[in-house]
Ligand binder design. Structure first.
Ligand code: ADP
Ligand code: MG
Length: 353
């Protein structure tokens, strides 16, 4: 089922893991739009929810609330049968360890062909697509090799072939260059870029690798289970000095015209959610000693955020603690710890305005 909207739309996406009586909020209202044919990267500190997001988009895990729509399919509403079909035909998944996609006693070609057999692809189409895919990932010459005869990069490229066997519309990769050296990482990246360009394949890759972040169209930063920043890569033809153009004009008949040079520029943004909240980079807050509260002013050049004046933070904390302690031991309400100092703080904040 094709659709014309964006390839991925996450709106206020929430994922809560329950471990015994503890709840871990891995995604807390994440917003993300991925256009068709985009090659984008997701970065963020460990534990920020990157793998959780990938697992949800890959249909391996269910969202708890919010919206997650991929190619027009609402992942919150799919039956378990529909989710299995989604996993099999809509998305391809590549992990940090290629072995998660591969069967060790099969050859490269057999590994790539296997999901097509399971997916019921007719033999003729299967043979053609296997050959084309093996060429696209640069392994056609090695199709008869067993996995143990391949380097780490070749195994990962086989895993990419397996992920694309059933012609998914989107490829998800969770740290695909996480376990390989620089040169190998580059061959994996080149393969992904080539697939993105040849098949207008939408690719979302989680990465820690700065080289990867420099080679994709867009980098989205996740922090504490929310999208917090975005970096766009723009490639434009470089402007050349007028003198150079004149000289070229004189020689126009004999010389081949040189390829225009490319300028790559990056634009960094912070992301605002629907309620107007944004995450200010932690370094900025530390530099200015801003925590807890700040002042926001509208100025001619934009919005100015300064440390809250007239607030002595340590003193304030101590006062809340004193008052809270007179309330006696902490009460529990439905498994959630009730902290009277927090409740008081809320009252004071409202009273202040
Ligand atoms: P990242 O990939 O950015 O390192 P994850 O998505 O793996 O982060 O994890 C986000 C948070 O969710 C972490 O606090 C992690 O401990 C928790 N988490 C992830 N998967 C599970 C799970 N299956 N059960 C319980 N908690 C989980
Ligand atoms: Mg992870």
């Amino acid at each position: 089922m094709a659709s014309n909207g964006p390839m991925i739309l996450c709106d206020n996406l929430v994922k809560i893991y329950k471990v015994q009586d503890l709840e871990v909020v891995a995604l807390q209202g994440l917003d993300l739009v991925v256009e068709r044919g985009e090659f984008m990267a997701i970065v963020g500190p460990s534990g920020s929810g990157k793998s959780t997001l990938m697992n949800i988009l890959g249909g391996l895990d269910r969202p708890s609330a919010g919206k997650a729509i991929v190619d027009g399919q609402d992942l919150l509403k799919l039956s378990s049968g529909a989710l299995t079909r989604y996993r099999r035909h809509k998305v391809g998944f590549v992990w940090q360890q290629p072995s998660r996609n591969l069967i060790p006693y099969l050859s490269v070609e057999e590994n790539v062909e296997l999901p097509m057999i399971i997916g019921g692809m007719p033999a003729k189409e299967r043979n053609e697509w296997t050959r084309e895919l093996l060429e696209a990932v640069g392994l056609y010459d090695r199709r008869d090799h067993n996995l143990h005869q391949l380097s780490g990069g070749e195994q990962q490229r086989t895993a990419i072939g397996v992920a694309l066997a059933n012609k998914p519309v989107i490829l998800l990769a969770d740290e695909p260059t996480g376990e390989v050296d620089t040169a190998t990482a580059q061959t994996i990246l080149d393969t992904l870029r080539n697939l993105n360009e040849t098949y207008t394949l939408t690719i979302v890759a989680v990465t820690h690798d700065p080289r990867m972040a420099d080679q994709v169209d867009r980098v989205v930063g996740i922090r504490d289970g929310k999208t917090s920043s975005e970096r766009l890569r723009r490639v434009t033809a470089a402007e050349r000095p007028a003198g150079e153009l004149a000289a070229e004009g004189a020689a126009v008949e004999s010389a081949e015209v040189p390829a225009p040079e490319e300028n790559v520029t990056y634009h960094e943004y912070v992301v605002l959610d629907a309620a107007g909240r944004l995450q200010i980079p932690r370094e900025y807050l530390e530099e200015l000693g801003i925590s807890g509260r700040a002042q926001v002013e509208l100025t001619e050049n934009g919005i100015l955020i300064t440390p809250g004046v007239g607030l002595e933070k340590p003193q304030e904390e101590a006062n809340f603690k004193d008052i809270a302690e007179t309330w006696g031991p902490q009460r529990r309400s439905r498994g959630i710890k009730f902290d009277p100092s927090l409740a008081l703080r809320g009252l004071f904040r409202r009273g202040k305005k």
